[in-house]
Design a protein around this ligand. Sequence first.
Ligand code: NDP
Length: 339
Amino acid sequence: MEKVLVTGGSGYIAQHCIAELLKKGYSVRTSLRSENREAEVRQAIAKEVDAKNNLEFCQLNLNEDEGWNDAMIGCSYVLHVASPFPFKEPKNENDVIIPAKEGTIRALKAAKKANIKKLILTSSVAAIQYGHDDPDKVFDHNDWTNIEGKNVTPYVKSKTIAEKAAWDFMESQTEKIFDMTVINPSFVLGPSLSDDIGGTSTDTIKRFLTREIPAVPNIYMNYVDVRDIAKLQVEAIKNSKSNGKRFACTSNESVPLLDIAKTLSTNGFPKVTTKTLPDFVVKFLALFSAEMKTMKTFLNQKITMDNSQTVDVFSWTPIPFEKTIIDMGKSIQDVMDNR
Ligand code: NDP
């Protein structure tokens, strides 16, 4: 049985990757910042698959050297998923840039040392589509975010800098090492396996369900289902056509947040508001709130992506929008009902 190291096992996306790997017959070692979250992670994975004896844990911190070489012993593949993804942008951008970049380099160096066959890196469309002025541009895997551009947030910088560092590392090798595929998801939605629904994706939907979002700002987003991301990351392990490439894993068109609200509201979540929040209110509130300030930078921005390389290489048929949103609403409501 081939073993895969998945970094950041407490995370929303990583848990779906772990479940998918176990279903596909791999054994999994996953890293946590603190091993006392093991029981909680096991419980989350058990919602999807019986891990039997094929799931083990280790401790890793993106900011520390300790443990990386040992974590990869006996593994054939690595899914490097862990990276800070805070709901609120930090005051000091290095709080996210340093762990994202240095954690990625730690993962790559240890993978080389352990003779890993292939590493799959979870990057983001944040590394593709920001800092450009052309509103009509269609973005794809060939594009890179311009971190010197307008409205580039610390998180966006962190993902761009970390992914660039990974490709630079691969290019600097004089001999062939492992293969690498980079997966660049847009906003990830879909059910949570974990009862920890404080992550950026899950918290957004929770705020709709609890009416913490009393009116919906004019924000648009490209999205992808978390189950599709897990499937693509796991398929990338054996899909040699994906070697040395990055993949925009996303809807091509951006959808308004209001469509998410309406889908929830008409499918069993009547508390969800479908009132809109006028732009001038967001701009006014941005004077006082860091969250609103981030929101203001995204007002009315529609981005068109071209995901055709992902569709071709993986024969990918994305999960439909309504299923993604309804399944996510149900999973988050379940967690809140059981508290
Ligand atoms: P989560 O916040 O749920 O998961 C992030 C994971 O990274 C957690 O396991 C967290 O551990 C871990 N982590 C953060 N900082 C450190 C650190 N210093 N040392 C060790 N582990 C750390 O987010 P997602 O699952 O949504 O995101 C996972 C990946 O996917 C990230 O790389 C993110 O950038 C990327 N992504 C996510 C998108 C989304 O919409 N969700 C979109 C595009 C990309 P802990 O639980 O201890 O904090």
